[in-house]
Ligand binder design. Sequence first.
Ligand code: SAM
Length: 334
Amino acid sequence: MFDIWNRRYTGSKYKLSSWIEELIAENCKGSSFCDIFAGTGIISYTMLDKMKKIYINDFLYSNEVIYKAFFDQTSYDESLLLKYCQQFQDLSVNDISDNYISENFGGKFFSYSDAKKIGHIREVIESDRSKLSDKEFSILLASLLYSADKSANTVGHYDAYIKGHKISDTFTFDLITPYKTKKSQIFISREDANDFAKKLKCDIVYIDPPYNSRQYSRFYHILENITCWRKPELHGVALKPEPENMSDYCRNKAKVVFKGLINSLDCKFIVVSYNNTYESKSSSSKNKMTLEDIETALSARGEVKRFETSHNFFNAGKTDFNDHKELIFIVKVK
Ligand SMILES: C[S@@+](CC[C@H](N)C(=O)[O-])C[C@H]1O[C@@H](n2cnc3c(N)ncnc32)[C@H](O)[C@@H]1O
């Protein structure tokens, strides 16, 4: 069974989550919480049962289905899901035909046999959709995403696959563990953060945008592709579809959109995660916003408190940046 943190995700705050949770408990007061760039959803997870209302937002399709699978509180038929799980675990690759995933990604991002199974399972989930509730559909699909990610021939994202070795068959379908809460009401959305912020009224807003030019929709294009299942034509060595959900936070206007977001928030506390990789020498991991940009935007809304810790950062070995620090800013809004 997969927990929410059992996936590889660039910028995941899993290892920092207890620290962030403590800082929020010590410095913020409120009963509603919004994770507006939620990523894996780990920070929302730490708020379960602590907040009356939790808003979870990210613009990726795969993240939305994962949030519905873990957090949506509608009931579901567990025995039905166990039956699907057994059926998917018993699959024999010789009984399955070639499909979109094996034809495009087999022998590249997954072994050929694993890709065949992943594509087949996705087809079954799609053709049985009318027999499944939205929650059951989300659990099966999120389980497939977690299972596929575990067997992917990558360093943790899908910008490239690892070449020059034989890819072993490691895929096993397993279910995710949905979380139950009686104390928190959960609201899941898939919107641009700046659009969502304009409609939101919430006590504490946690902000963890991308800070460099690496687009999440490009990094996780295979998970997006499996989720949407529109079977688009793919391009280039990394077999990516046409771009969608390209973030302004990864562009030179990051500073402007960040300021716009901060100014539009109707909340009591703003909590912002940041790391100091802007000094990095590699241009793709260089930050689009400096520490100063962040502090200036935040101080317009109230007094800014700053907390820091060191953290061994994902940099794909391309930067020679050792002094990585994770920062949290907390603003009590005036
Ligand atoms: C640094 S990650 C968040 C990590 C998350 N806090 C965690 O612990 O897993 C940034 C997230 O912002 C999302 N994102 C980027 N630009 C966005 C936008 N304009 N609107 C909504 N989400 C966006 C990305 O898909 C990515 O999941």
